[in-house]
Design a protein around this ligand. Structure first.
Ligand SMILES: [Zn+2]
Length: 173
C-alpha cells in the first residue's frame, strides 16, 4: 500500500528524494518518509517424520489444502509467530523450527516467511479457523496443495521437504 496522506497528521504527502531509495512519499509536517506498507505472514510446514500436516480451511480454499499460516504481530519475531500460529491453529508444539526462505506473494501483496517445523506429536487440536487437519505422507502432499505456478509458498515448502527426505533416504541406501 502506497500512502497518499500522512497516517499520523493527515497532511497530504509530497514526493521527496530519500537517499538511495529514490522518490518516496514524505510528510512535510512530521518530517518523515512513509515507505510503501505491506503485511508479513509466516507459513509453516509442520512435519512428523515422513508425514506433513495439511489443513482444510474453506475460507481460504475449498479446492486445495493449506499449511499453517498467519499474520505477524508488532513486537513479535517471525520465529515466535510461527510457533504461536502452529499452536493456535492445530494445537501442536514444535520441537524444532527452521527458516527456509522468504517469498513475495504477489497475489496478495504480502511478504511470506517460510518455515519447516518438526514435532513428535500426532494428535491435533483445531482452532475454529481450521475445518480439518490430516497427516499426509510427504510424497502425496504436492498433489494436494495449491500448485507452484500460482506463486504458492505451500508448494515450495512441500517440494523442499520432499527433496530433503528423498536425498536423505538415497544417502542411507
Ligand atoms: Zn504527518
Amino acid at each position: 500500500m502506497r500512502f497518499t496522506y500522512c497516517p499520523d497528521c493527515g497532511e497530504k504527502l509530497i514526493m521527496k528524494e530519500i537517499g538511495d531509495e529514490g522518490e518516496i512519499p514524505y510528510c512535510n509536517n512530521c518530517k518523515k518518509p512513509l515507505f510503501d506498507m505491506f503485511s508479513t505472514c509466516i507459513i509453516v510446514l509442520v512435519k512428523n517424520r515422513d508425514n506433513v500436516l495439511l489443513l482444510s480451511q474453506s475460507y481460504i480454499s475449498t479446492q486445495y489444502r493449506n499449511l499453517v499460516s498467519g499474520y505477524m504481530k508488532p513486537g513479535e519475531s517471525a520465529e515466535a509467530c510461527a510457533m504461536r500460529e502452529v499452536e493456535e491453529e492445530v494445537g501442536v508444539k514444535l520441537d524444532k523450527l527452521e527458516i527456509i526462505g522468504t517469498y513475495w506473494f504477489s497475489k496478495k501483496g504480502l511478504l511470506m516467511i517460510g518455515f519447516m517445523g518438526e514435532t513428535s506429536q500426532t494428535e491435533v487440536k483445531l482452532s475454529p479457523e481450521v475445518d480439518r487437519a490430516e497427516w499426509v505422507h510427504y510424497d502425496k502432499a504436492s498433489a494436494l496443495v495449491h500448485p507452484k505456478g500460482g506463486g504458492s509458498v505451500s508448494a515450495i515448502l512441500v517440494e523442499e521437504n520432499y527433496k530433503r527426505i528423498t536425498e536423505n533416504k538415497t544417502k542411507q541406501v
